[in-house]
Design a protein around this ligand. Structure first.
Ligand code: NAD
Ligand code: TYD
Length: 345
């Protein structure tokens, strides 16, 4: 445990989309917390997202792998973490279809290494940042996922996250590690990698390129603004009950086609840009989340409406061309070539 009166927090995957938003959020909301960000800087990690805080004395960046046991042990021994927020992951379903192996290494083994360190060194709270995708897919008439829904993952990504969640459960039950698991729906907002759906739509539309829509476009996602997710993560770190799972959803179910049309309308671009492309294998039809437990027990409420969040996200991408132009080269082009034979358009 930390021997100063300031909370010491390990954030893993802090150079990614949600992690970087969370680090900005925490430094703003908790002026007396000290943060260590452990990130491997895979293709998805980007220190430019954290440029504004890199010299903040409360923040330390460590370049490394969560599955590296020696390194993780050394960090726990040195910093005496009170809290762990574990976000590091391979996170993109399409990449897990191309190559599942890194998903097992990072999402499963990496989580076990962190849980083991938390067991050895002791922490006040270990936040396992998971996803609604562990519950699998809903039919259109099914009620939204609750924390009691069975785990039924369909992609190598969601299977690896479900495995990590179950390890968290086992470390709580067997060893008493105070694991809190939080499962959120699809996030959107600033700093999201251009491979994900909403940035793909915005960036292609901005360039007047075809917007790829998988299958019939009628798959449903339940969108949560990343700031609302960060608020929930903060609440769960402070007030979440060890051993419990909390779902996060903001009641924003939309078909992908609806989302594309809204973005095109906000950008003043024609719907003729929509290009239906081959479907993703094993494509989950619908996600929807019941967040009643999080609201009732931790007092969380979403604050960002989908319309205003989407408009703000579009503005952010328009104002941060430098950030995303550097990403959509090199490794990204190689991924796009493997996934759909090149950049659409
Ligand atoms: P992301 O892909 O944008 O970022 C992942 C980060 O983890 C990157 O900075 C990457 O460099 C780092 N990383 C990857 N492997 C690592 C390793 N072995 N060691 C250390 N760092 C490593 O992901 P994201 O969208 O920010 O998601 C963060 C977490 O939230 C993930 O656990 C994901 O499963 C979960 N989640 C995401 C969403 C979403 O819509 N994006 C929704 C619900 C839950
Ligand atoms: P994605 O952002 O990959 O998140 P997830 O698969 O974790 O839900 O995709 C969101 C939805 O958008 C999903 O139904 C797949 C679809 N999609 C497209 O139609 N076109 C695209 O180019 C991408 C990346 C996703």
């Amino acid at each position: 445990m930390s021997n100063s009166d300031k909370e010491a927090l390990l954030v893993t995957g802090g150079a990614g989309f949600i992690g970087s938003n969370f680090i900005h959020y925490l430094l703003r909301e908790h002026p007396d917390w000290r943060l260590v960000n452990l990130d491997k800087l895979t293709y998805a990690g980007n220190l430019e997202s954290l440029a504004a805080v890199q010299h903040d004395p409360r923040y330390t960046f460590v370049h490394g792998d969560v599955a590296d046991r020696e390194l993780v042990d050394a960090l726990f021994a040195r910093y005496h973490f009170d809290l762990v927020a574990h976000l590091a992951a391979e996170s993109h379903v399409d990449r897990s279809i191309l190559d599942p192996a890194p998903f097992l290494e990072t999402n499963v083994k990496g989580t076990q290494v962190l849980l083991e360190a938390a067991r050895q060194y002791g922490v006040v709270k270990f936040l396992q940042v998971s996803t609604d995708e562990v519950y699998g897919s809903l039919g259109l008439a099914d009620p939204p996922f609750t924390e009691e829904s069975p785990l039924a993952p369909n992609s190598p990504y969601s299977a690896s996250k479900a495995a990590a969640d179950l390890l968290g459960r086992a470390y709580f039950v067997t060893f008493g590690v105070p694991v809190v698991t939080i499962r959120c729906g699809n996030n959107y907002g600033p700093y999201q990698h251009p491979e994900k759906f909403i940035p793909t739509v915005i960036l292609n539309a901005l360039e007047d390129k075809p917007v790829p829509v998988y299958g019939d476009g009628l798959n449903v996602r339940d969108w949560v603004h990343v700031e609302d997710h960060c608020r929930a993560l903060d609440l769960a770190l402070q007030k979440g009950q060890p051993g419990e799972v909390y779902n996060i959803g903001a009641n924003n179910e939309r078909t992908n086609l609806d989302t594309v049309k809204t973005i095109l309308r906000l950008l003043g671009k024609p719907e003729t840009l929509i290009k239906f492309v081959q479907d993703r294998p094993g494509h989950d039809r619908r996600y929807a989340i019941n967040p009643a437990k999080l609201m009732a027990e931790l007092g969380w409420q979403p604050q960002v409406s989908f319309d205003s969040g989407l408009a703000g996200t579009i503005e952010w991408y328009m104002a941060h061309r430098d950030w995303w132009e550097r990403i959509i080269s090199g490794e990204y082009l190689e991924y796009a070539r493997r996934w759909y034979g090149g950049v659409v358009g």
